[in-house]
Ligand binder design. Structure first.
Ligand code: ZN
Length: 244
């Protein structure tokens, strides 16, 4: 079995469609989503429904999802992010809203741990440094731990002499997962922030013990056009062109 691991879809259905098509082409049928299904993008309902349609999905709540549900204060979000959360709240109904409301903050299976931000603070911590990794390594048992939140494809592990080792995951990067603790961020599907506008996603093979990072082209212009029609804050559409 191989898992399609992805995060931070953020209502960008064009990007999500491209990533799911990439997984289908590669025979991946089991999925892991590290949260933030809504926020920023124009199609939160379509994204939630697409994830609901997946037969095998393990997913957790992101901070934007939690804010939509009223479980995180809006003061944590800048004006355009807050705008998009209110917009998403008006769009999400019925089964899609129930789906979001049922997501846990942490999931643990025999193959991995899953949180949005960090193992010790699942909804709020941006895990970006080796010292943060060292503190978080004690907060999960099943390795690897998949995270999202920063929109940066990264890995963190214990290196030589116990010194934390971390680096960006470039397209076609492979990380051996046999030795833990290991934390992996597959980057963002719907709003990449590492200067590459392509959607980011990963494939994890627990038998071969390897994680691979991929970038997938999608129709950025189609998402931006829709955002314009919906009169969303222009900055949210513009940044998609640059991956920032
Ligand atoms: Zn996010």
């Amino acid at each position: 079995m191989r898992y399609g691991v992805f995060s931070d879809v953020h209502g960008n259905y064009e990007a999500l469609r491209a990533v799911l098509a990439f997984y289908k082409k590669n025979g991946v049928e089991d999925f892991v989503c590290c949260g933030d299904i809504v926020g920023y993008g124009p199609q939160p309902l379509e994204c939630a429904e697409a994830l609901l349609g997946l037969k095998s999905l393990t997913a957790v709540l992101g901070n934007h999802d939690a804010a939509l549900l009223g479980r995180l204060e809006m003061k944590w979000f800048n004006a355009s992010a807050a705008w998009a959360i209110e917009f998403s709240r008006r769009r999400l109904t019925g089964r899609a809203l129930d789906f979001l409301a049922r997501l846990p903050e942490r999931a643990v299976t025999g193959d991995f741990t899953l949180v949005h931000g960090s193992p010790r603070k699942p909804l709020t911590e941006y895990l970006l440094s080796g010292s943060q990794f060292a503190d978080n390594a004690k907060a999960f048992e099943v390795s690897p731990c998949f995270i999202g939140h920063s929109h940066m494809p990264l890995y963190f592990r214990e290196g030589e002499k116990g010194v934390p080792e971390t680096d960006f995951l470039r397209p076609a990067s492979r990380v051996a997962t046999a030795k833990g603790p290991l934390i992996l961020n597959p980057g963002s599907v719907g709003q990449p922030r590492d200067g590459d506008p392509r959607a980011a996603c990963g494939i994890y093979d627990p038998q071969k013990k390897v994680f691979e990072l991929y970038r997938v082209f999608y129709d950025v212009g189609a998402t931006q056009k829709l955002m314009g029609e919906l009169k969303m804050p222009p900055i949210l559409a513009e940044r998609l062109s640059f991956g920032f």
